[in-house]
Structures are given as C-alpha cells and as structure tokens.
Design a protein around this ligand. Structure first.
Ligand code: HEC
Length: 179
C-alpha cells in the first residue's frame, strides 16, 4: 500500500498546520532585534577578518599558476599557458578585492590596485600577446619583465624579501614536464 498522505502536494498543508501550532506570532522586541544585530555585526567582522587572512593563500595560488605558466610557455603548450595566465590574473584581482589596502610596518598604507592594474596592463598583456603569437622568445622576455612587476608590489607593501626567480621545477607534476 502506498502512503498517499506524505506526497509533495501535501507539503503546503503541513506548513499551514505547523504554523497554526506555533504559539502566537510574537512581534520581536527591540532588545531581541538589538541582540540579533549585534550577533550579525560580529559575524560580519569575523568573516572580513577571515578574508583578510586569506590574502597570503591567494598569493600562493598566484605563485602556483605563474610558475606553471613558465613551463607551459617554454614547452609550447599554448592553450595551457593561456589557462595559467588567466588564472594568475584572476587570482591577483581576487587578492586585491579581498584586501585592497595594506598597512605598512612603521606607519602609512599602500593601495594595491594601481600595482595590480599596472601588471595586468603591461606584463600580463605582453604575455598574452606572446602566447597568441606562439612566440617563445617574446614569452620569456615578457615573463621576466612581469616578475619585476610582482616584485614592485611586494617592495611597496613591505615584502621586498619576497622576490621571485625563474622556477626550476613546475609545481604541477600532472600536466607539465621539467625542461
Ligand atoms: C598588487 C600587489 C601584488 C602583486 C602585483 C603581486 N603580489 Fe604577491 N604578495 C602581495 C602581498 C601584499 C603579499 C603578502 C601577503 C600576506 O602575507 O598577507 C604577497 C605575497 C606573495 C607570496 C607569499 C605567499 C606566502 O604566504 O607564502 C607569493 C609566493 C607571491 N606573493 C607571489 C607573487 C607573484 C608570483 C606575483 C606576480 C605574478 C605577485 N605575487 C604579484 C602583493 C602582490
């Protein structure tokens, strides 16, 4: 025997019955609203702290994509190179959205967006054109120039010691062969 009582069509009826069973629909008091607002404010604060802490994680992603890009380009895997360039670009934009301004030790702050825009409009644009033209020499030259732009932002934000070099090994063993 099938249980016709528990069909989806009965759901609205259940909801009505359930609501009817609840004690009188109390209007929330000011104090309740205040404490809920306070709880929400705390949650928002915790979430934005969490976002701020993820900037270094996102930069590790940038490093991963950008070093794989070197091998994809040198091995003339142009579609893969294009993928890694897009990932580098989108993660860098993301990291700036997450934390657009960095305070500097010793005082002052730095706006990250001009650095991100400059790398996007010069370094990444040159890499994109080298990839489109499938030109390994131009790709290498553009890659080296872009590395100096990575470093420019690190220097400005008090991380001059985070200086990148041409990678010796691809970080992805799956798609890329060492040279
Ligand atoms: C717009 C500024 C900016 C640009 C451009 C930039 N970075 Fe960063 N990067 C940062 C900041 C800020 C940190 C420090 C993040 C932290 O620790 O909170 C960082 C940290 C890093 C780290 C260390 C992450 C860790 O915690 O171990 C790596 C790796 C890195 N960046 C790679 C790169 C590479 C590769 C490029 C170029 C493709 C680049 N970055 C371009 C701002 C930038």
């Amino acid at each position: 025997m099938t249980n016709t009582f528990l069909t989806p069509q009965c759901l609205p009826l259940f909801v009505v019955v359930l609501l009817g069973a609840l004690p009188g629909t109390a209007v929330p008091q000011d104090a309740t609203i205040q404490s809920e607002l306070e709880a929400l404010r705390k949650q928002v604060e915790e979430l934005s702290n969490l976002a701020v802490r993820t900037q270094s994680h996102i930069m590790v992603d940038v490093e991963y994509h950008f070093s794989n890009l070197w091998f994809a380009g040198r091995n003339e895997q142009w579609e893969l190179a294009s993928f890694y360039l897009r990932e580098t670009d989108s993660h860098l934009r993301w990291t700036v959205r997450v934390r657009p301004v960095r305070s500097i030790r010793g005082g002052g702050s730095v706006d990250l967006q001009p650095f991100q825009q400059s790398i996007e409009q010069s370094g990444f644009a040159q890499l994109e054109s080298a990839i489109e033209q499938e030109d390994v020499d131009e790709f290498e030259a553009a890659y080296r120039r872009t590395l100096t732009q990575c470093h420019a932002c690190h220097q400005a934000t008090g991380f001059a010691y985070l200086e990148h070099h041409i990678p010796e090994m691809p970080l992805s063993p799956l798609m890329l062969q060492p040279e």
